[in-house]
Write a protein that binds this ligand. Structure first.
Ligand code: AMP
Length: 273
């Protein structure tokens, strides 16, 4: 992969990169389209598929994470992806692997608090993928807003010569953010999973023309989530888009993030209010 990129880059070809864990859906493909726009017809769009073990805790869904490489390949072909990079575990983590990349500030709260080893795995694997693929630009989804912020910080702090672009969240018709994990939901859970979107809509409505105290909004959202028998709130946070610092008063432009268990499936969503 590295040899190929270096050869083409010497000829002036731009590389756009979309890292994924596969089981691709229209949300991933929207990032591919963005990457194509950024590098143009003469550029190369690379998608990686790698279910990265170091970002899963031992209790999480690594072994049952959905996979369908044949379908992913077809979707990539249809979307005009130039290179599909699918490394193996032994290539990515050879024996005696012992070097990790850790972001120490933006990764502490929210996903970092609920999943303490998660971002260490994410930053490490993305750093590795950047070094392998050598992209000029890489596209990440706003659905994982904190992840995108952590990657942007890593790129800045460690001088990766990569431009990070964050693309909007692609949603189902009823507002549910597309996610590979939606596959785990049974029909009733799928129905109830729209509560993440409804929570965001509730917050948007509340702060449309005034600011609202965090505790009040959090309690209203907790109540809304509790109306769904399969749903259990993990966290809902309101914070500054740039610093990720929590705010006390929520207003238009505040960023909201929430994580909700629907049955055993943990879903997250993000949005600007
Ligand atoms: P994943 O395969 O879930 O690790 O996601 C790979 C990339 O796709 C990440 O940058 C995600 O933020 C992004 N992504 C996942 N779901 C969506 C979506 N519904 N809309 C836009 N981007 C998404």
């Amino acid at each position: 992969m590295q040899r190929l990129t270096r050869k083409l880059k010497a000829q002036g070809v731009q590389f756009g990169f979309v890292p994924t864990m596969g089981y691709l859906h229209a949300g991933h493909i929207s990032l591919v389209k963005r990457a194509r726009q950024l590098v143009g017809k003469t550029g190369q769009v690379v998608v990686s598929i790698y279910v990265n073990p170091t970002q899963f805790a031992p209790t999480e869904d690594l072994s049952k994470y959905p996979r369908d490489l044949a379908q992913d390949k077809q979707m990539c072909r249809d979307a005009g992806v130039d290179i599909l990079f699918v490394p193996s575990d032994t290539e990515m983590y050879p024996a005696e692997f012992s070097t990790y990349v850790v972001e120490e500030k933006l990764s502490r709260r929210m996903e970092g608090a609920s999943r303490p080893t998660h971002f260490r795995g994410v930053t490490s694997v993305v750093a590795k993928l950047f070094n392998i693929v050598l992209p000029d630009v890489s596209v990440f989804g706003a659905k994982d807003f904190q992840q995108a912020a952590v990657i942007q910080r890593m790129v800045r702090d460690l001088h990766f010569p990569v431009k990070v672009v964050v693309a909007p969240t692609h949603r189902e018709r009823d507002g549910l953010a597309m996610s590979s994990r939606n596959k785990y939901l049974n029909p009733m859970q799928r129905d109830q999973a729209t509560v993440l979107w409804l929570a965001m809509e509730l917050a948007r409505k509340q702060v449309k023309s005034r600011s609202v105290a965090v505790e009040r909004l959090r309690s209203e959202i907790s109540k809304l989530i509790a109306t769904q028998s399969e749903a259990r709130l993990d966290y809902v946070e309101f914070f500054d888009r740039e610093t990720l610092e929590p705010v006390e008063m929520v207003k238009r432009g505040t960023q909201m993030a929430l994580a909700v268990f629907v049955g055993k499936t943990r879903l997250i969503d993000n949005g600007t209010l």
